[in-house]
Design a protein around this ligand. Structure first.
Ligand code: ZN
Length: 510
């Protein structure tokens, strides 16, 4: 079948579907050459020879490479070699960009196009965060499928998305597609922390990743309360950003038989109690307000819709706080929605003590402070928190880079927050919107803010639109497991998400 006749069939199939007669899963198989079935999903662990066009098999292969780390970068070369073999099999040029860290590389595959438009960059970081292995019921690096779910560290963030990008693009290539632009597939390293991530790549090798527009992780496809029906498809155009702070408590070091109420550890405990009750005011910058406006129309839960409309229509800070709390309480994705609305504090680490007969002189907690663009000023937040902790006899310190002052760090955060959002008047935004409505009939689409920061910054700084996309439908529990335990993704959601990406790229075929 030639690409043209395939596309004709695809479009005829869509017209026949009446824009909604086929459910998402049925739609996903329309016009698909490779069979959509559970057979591949059950592939034994040794069968790691897929051609890359089946997103589930590909994701399993990706998950079986342990690319984890705790902030110093991972080992990504074997992962990149596995990807390279699949691209090379169809004649697509590939490249490893070594970093100064051994066996940690950026990987690029470039599908050449006509050059009528500047390249499209699809980025998906290859590294993942580490795990609390004892709290996993499955091997985090086993790529196991159990029932409807694919388990593994990175299944959601973001090897699942990487496999959707790659499988969709490879399918086009295998069909003989010609695109109106180069499409670059980038598996970047050090995105979960580390010195040689996207910023290093752009600073040192921009010629290899220059693009007119890019897509990375971000915008969620949220499920209705049933956990599977698509509700709201979002493409993120802006990221939150954060900084790390430490709460440091001091006391007298002494023998454990001389206890003192004012020990460092008990002081730290009291201070953390105060901080854990801190709720920053609800902020509703235009992007977030518009997002909630569309969410109110998208949800099938009338109570939730009413709460959102009250929030959007709130006239003062007190009302915003009250209705914001109501929205978070009623949301089936409460943590995402809380983070979109306000500055947040996350307790991510704690250390104190080194021997059981010593009362230590210091106790430290690590707190990540997340900021919303067009929300609170970071310097004001830090000053407020210091005031709040005033009576606790602890210090709040910002974790700065070597030689960096607190004020310089705060200015860096302000700059990141002030980065303009990616504009939505591009062909790539429109092709996402059209494909999302085709693949997920009845879904609402909206540009959004992402609740974390991503690799997008270095490109956005150059004025290049970067959109964030997790193309699969997720329920609240799936989102919670991201960077948590038993991270997993629905197999059928990954297949349908890949179909979304495939149809987006279909628009670029000539
Ligand atoms: Zn990620």
């Amino acid at each position: 079948m030639t690409p043209l006749s395939r596309r004709g069939l695809l479009r005829a199939g869509m017209a026949g579907a009446g824009g909604g007669l086929l459910g998402p899963v049925a739609t996903a198989s329309a016009g698909t050459r490779a069979p959509v079935s559970g057979a591949a999903a059950a592939a034994p662990r040794t069968a790691t020879t897929g051609d890359g066009t089946d997103p589930v098999v590909l994701a399993q292969e990706m998950l079986r490479h342990d690319t984890s780390h705790t902030g110093a970068g991972g080992t990504t070369l074997p992962f990149a070699q596995m990807l390279a073999a699949k691209w090379q099999a169809v004649g697509v040029p590939t490249e490893f960009i070594p970093t100064p860290k051994a066996d940690n590389v950026h990987f690029i595959a470039r599908v050449g196009g006509s050059g009528a438009h500047p390249p499209l960059l699809l980025m998906s970081h290859s590294d993942v965060v580490t795990v609390e292995r004892e709290h996993w019921s499955r091997d985090p690096y086993g790529g196991e499928i159990v029932g409807d779910w694919l388990y593994g560290r990175g299944s959601v963030d973001m090897k699942g998305t990487g496999s959707a990008f790659m499988a969709a693009l490879l399918r086009h290539v295998r069909e003989g597609a010609r695109f109106d632009r180069d499409v670059i597939y980038l598996a970047d390293c050090d995105e979960e922390g580390g010195p040689y991530g996207a910023r290093w790549l752009v600073d040192n090798h921009y010629d290899k990743v220059a693009a007119g527009v890019a897509i990375s992780e971000g915008g969620w496809l949220l499920a209705q309360r049933d956990g599977v029906s698509p509700m709201l498809a979002s493409l993120s155009v802006r990221d939150r950003t954060s900084l790390l702070a430490q709460v440091v408590a001091s006391g007298t070091a002494t023998h454990s038989s001389h206890p003192d109420e004012e020990s460092a550890i008990s002081r730290l405990g009291h201070a953390l109690g105060v901080l854990s009750r801190y709720r920053a005011p609800v902020r509703l910058p235009r992007l977030v307000r518009d997002y909630f406006g569309v969410l109110a129309d998208a949800t099938h839960d009338p109570q939730f819709a009413t709460a959102i409309r009250r929030l959007v229509g709130a006239s003062g800070q007190r009302e915003r706080d009250r209705f914001g709390a109501e929205v978070v309480r009623l949301s089936s994705h409460p943590w995402i929605h809380n983070s979109l609305l306000r500055t947040t504090l996350s307790f991510v680490g704690q250390s104190a003590g080194y021997y059981s007969s010593i009362i230590p002189s210091t106790a430290v907690a690590d707190v990540r402070i997340g900021f919303v663009p067009d929300g609170d000023d970071p310097g004001t937040v830090v000053a407020d928190l210091r005031r709040l902790l005033g009576r606790q006899e602890v210090q709040l310190r910002l974790v700065t880079a070597a030689g960096q002052t607190e004020e310089e760090l705060l200015d860096r955060v302000r700059r990141d927050l002030g980065r303009p959002e990616s504009r939505t008047d591009t062909d790539v935004f429109r092709m996402w919107e059209a494909a999302a409505r085709e693949v997920y009939p009845g879904v609402r689409t909206v540009p959004s803010q992402f609740e974390a920061s991503t690799s997008a910054g270095p490109w956005r700084d150059r004025g290049i639109p970067v959109y964030g996309l997790y193309p699969y439908v997720v329920d609240g529990d799936t989102v919670t497991r991201m960077h948590g335990n038993d991270e997993r993704l629905r197999v059928d959601a990954l297949r349908t998400g890949t179909e979304l990406v495939y149809r987006m790229l279909d628009t670029l075929r000539i």
